[in-house]
Design a protein around this ligand. Structure first.
Ligand code: RP5
Length: 176
């Protein structure tokens, strides 16, 4: 399995990963690494791949058509600009696809968001917020889906949320 160099083995040692994180370019990794880190924190196996709808269409076809047989259960797809990757992937797999709009230089990710969210009826892409928030929440949605059939993961997700709640202070403090 190919992994962007910076990930350095986030896969938790399973032969088959539950979640595929795909992205249109190496430049998307700065955003999509937040999805990988959230999955890692929850102990969810994942694989990360660069798959461009525009530059590597054959790679996209190969990935999307075999993703289920490879053992993936959820796909997180991040792309920017004219972001066809999540929709094209969803068209070729029965797996749930969560799309993350990457913040583009020209239009601050509004192009990415509208490209991903405006899927015509029939092929859904669950579309998240632009940038890091979308990447983290895509991972949390993937976790929620997987937790439906995994009680241990459901407990880890509950604990993660409880920890997040516990970190919220009652009152603000001056920034140092
Ligand atoms: C999209 O084009 C990618 O998803 C990326 O967000 C954007 C720019 O790609 P690079 O020119 O940085 O490779 O396909």
């Amino acid at each position: 399995m190919s992994v962007p160099a910076e990930t350095g083995g986030l896969k938790l040692g399973k032969e088959r990963a539950d979640v595929a994180i795909i992205m249109g370019s190496q430049s998307d990794w700065e955003t999509m690494r937040h999805a990988a880190e959230a999955l890692q924190a929850l102990g969810i196996s994942h694989d990360t791949r660069i798959v461009s709808a525009h530059r590597t269409p054959e790679r996209l076809y190969d990935f999307a058509r075999t993703a289920k047989a490879e053992g993936f259960k959820v796909i997180i797809a991040g792309a920017g600009g004219a972001a066809h990757l999540p929709g094209m992937t969803a068209a070729m797999t029965p797996l749930p696809v969560f799309g993350v709009p990457v913040e583009s230089r020209a239009l601050s990710g509004q192009d990415s968001l509208l490209s991903i969210v405006q899927m015509p009826a029939g092929i859904p892409v669950g579309t998240l917020a632009i940038g890091r928030s979308g990447a983290v929440n895509a991972a949390l949605l993937a976790a929620a889906v997987l937790a439906l059939g995994d009680e241990a993961l459901a407990a880890r997700l509950d604990a993660w949320r409880a920890e997040q709640t516990a970190k919220v202070a009652d009152r603000p403090v001056e920034a140092s």
